[in-house]
Design a protein around this ligand. Structure first.
Ligand code: 13P
Length: 256
């Protein structure tokens, strides 16, 4: 059985005081969400702080981005070994904001995902279509292209070990969530694509949904057979909402 994951992507939000309050709130409420993997992804500058605050807990720390290079003349970049120094075990790669605002290509996303796996960490590989692409009927073609670029050249263990996040661009930060049926259709297609390369990896790989997940809609989304949790933006900045989403994933796991 696949273990559900709920990951909070804080994006470029927070400060020392706000982060400490948020983590304290999450640790206080966390007992209602047992049996799933929970992680938070703060901005790189706060990874050390958040790692320290979470020491000894079972909540993981992820990065929102990382360089594919190990060290050298890459001004402004943060490497995987640097993140590993602060107990980071997950790295989001290819978030649509990085693709759209920082021109990350499918090829660069694939390089980063590979580097994360080689560093012994877990990439959370984001794919998703724009509204224009959906309305033109291109959803499955776009997400398949994005995922295929990453999967090419990975072995079965690497395919099974990565995490995929389906985040339709039109649902991110808009309050407009994909319906559970729309999300399930894409998740099933992504799983089938991985299963084509390796049947067992297709069964094992975890695929998260992201895009306006909140405490109200989480349970219905996580109830779908191919949705293994969520990548949560705005709602991960409030401890109560974040834990309610984690609890929904824990409940879906028990009953699903
Ligand atoms: P929202 O939950 O704010 O829509 O953001 C989703 C997201 O981009 C998570 O990576």
């Amino acid at each position: 059985m696949r273990r559900s994951i709920v990951a909070g992507n804080w994006k470029m939000n927070g400060n020392l005081e706000v982060n400490a309050e948020l983590i304290a709130g999450i640790l206080k409420e966390k007992s209602s969400a047992q049996g799933i993997e929970v992680l938070v992804c703060p901005p790189a500058i706060y990874v050390a702080q958040v790692s320290g605050l979470l020491e000894g807990s079972d909540i993981g720390v992820g990065a929102q981005n990382a360089s594919a290079f190990e060290s050298g003349a890459f001004t402004g970049e943060v490497s995987l070994p640097m993140l590993a120094d602060f107990a980071v075990r997950y790295v989001i790669v290819g978030h649509s904001e990085r693709r759209a605002l920082f021109a990350e290509s499918d090829g660069q996303v694939a390089e980063k995902a590979r580097a994360v796996l080689l560093a012994g960490m877990t990439p959370i590989v984001c794919v998703g279509e724009t509204l224009e692409e959906r309305e033109a009927g291109g959803t499955l073609e776009v997400v398949s292209r994005q995922l295929r670029a990453v999967c090419d050249g990975l072995d079965a263990d690497q395919l099974a070990g990565m995490v995929v996040a389906y985040e339709p661009v039109w649902a991110i930060g808009t309050g407009r969530t994909a319906t559970p049926e729309q999300a399930q259709e894409v998740h099933a297609a992504l799983r089938a694509l991985i299963a084509e390369a390796d049947g067992k990896a297709g069964l094992e790989v975890r695929i998260l949904y992201g895009g306006s997940v909140n405490a109200e809609n989480a349970a219905q989304l996580f109830d779908k057979p191919d949705i293994d949790g969520g990548l949560v933006g705005g709602a991960s900045l409030k401890a109560k909402d974040f834990i309610a989403i984690c609890s929904a994933a824990a409940g879906a796991k028990v009953t699903g």
